[in-house]
Design a protein around this ligand. Structure first.
Ligand SMILES: [Fe+2]
Length: 279
């Protein structure tokens, strides 16, 4: 059977790529260290398949067609279209239709109804962490887009359920593949609204505390209220919730948290690995 070899999470603010050369050298060094440590842990996990969970920033979908959650089942996915990611080294990213279809079929059997896409374009939400983690080669990627942008959105309770379903599907997948999960987005940020640029540090710290504590009821209760009061970008924490639940809610190890006003985001990086927690 397949094996879940780690769950990872990272922020993905577009300015981490678009404004890279304009950032102070110390900021670039901080990003390089945090993403580099995430990449080191990811590489040690040696995944064959990566289930990557990110929002779709109006790249594939818009208001005329906006799935709550969509699984990419294609043989390959398109690289990022954003001009500031033209140097991303992968214009075509291999998928894993075998596991993707298994995940969809598991979901439907358990009364979940994801959308599917045979060709997704992976935007900065997917690609900035992959770029900054410095991976020598990419695993086959099964992308999952989550609507974190436009209400109404999935409840936190449902995100937890999706995470548990993902772990169930991995455990039941025939074969010996090593499968990792990477959630991207958050933590707090505010884009295109009157609080543009605001970083809600108390929100970020409480999220981190609750992810470590592993109390799903407390996590859901806090987020359902707090997400109404903080910046719109914080809704991307839903992706972290899915990865957290896929890890059995056993607590992310925080690599780093740092509010970064130059990129408008409370930037956080975390991981969970079975061996690391058992050691
Ligand atoms: Fe985003």
């Amino acid at each position: 059977m397949a094996e879940l070899v780690g769950c990872f999470a990272a922020s993905h603010g577009p300015l981490i790529a678009r404004d890279w050369d304009k950032l102070p050298g110390a900021r670039r060094a901080e990003f390089a260290a945090a993403f580099g440590e995430l990449g080191r842990r990811f590489t040690l996990a040696r995944p064959d398949i990566l289930v990557e969970i990110a929002p779709d920033h109006w790249t594939n979908f818009f208001l005329d067609n906006l799935p709550a959650i969509c699984i990419g089942v294609g043989e390959e996915h398109e690289g990022p279209r954003e001009p500031f990611l033209r140097n991303f080294p992968h214009r075509s990213i291999p998928g894993d239709p075998g596991f993707a279809r298994h995940l969809v079929e598991t979901a439907l059997a358990e009364d979940f109804e994801p959308s599917i896409s045979h060709r997704l374009s992976l935007d900065h939400g997917f690609c900035i962490p992959l770029l900054r983690m410095g991976l020598e080669r990419l695993p086959r990627i099964v992308p999952i887009t989550v609507n974190d942008l436009e209400p109404p959105m999935m409840s936190i309770r449902r995100c937890l359920a999706w995470g548990r379903l993902l772990a169930q599907a991995i455990a039941a997948y025939p074969g010996g593949e090593r499968i990792a999960v990477l959630a991207t987005g958050g933590l707090s940020h505010s884009i295109g609204e009157p609080t543009m640029g605001a970083i809600d540090e108390p929100f970020d710290h409480e999220c981190i505390r609750l992810f470590r504590a592993g109390d799903d009821a407390a996590l859901a209760g806090y987020l359902e209220g707090a997400l109404l009061r903080t910046g719109n970008g914080a809704h991307e924490v839903r992706n972290w919730v899915i990865a957290h639940a896929a890890a059995g809610s056993r607590g992310f190890d925080l690599i780093e948290y740092r509010p970064v006003p130059e990129v408008y985001v409370g930037c956080a990086y975390a991981s969970w690995q079975p061996a690391a927690r058992a050691a």
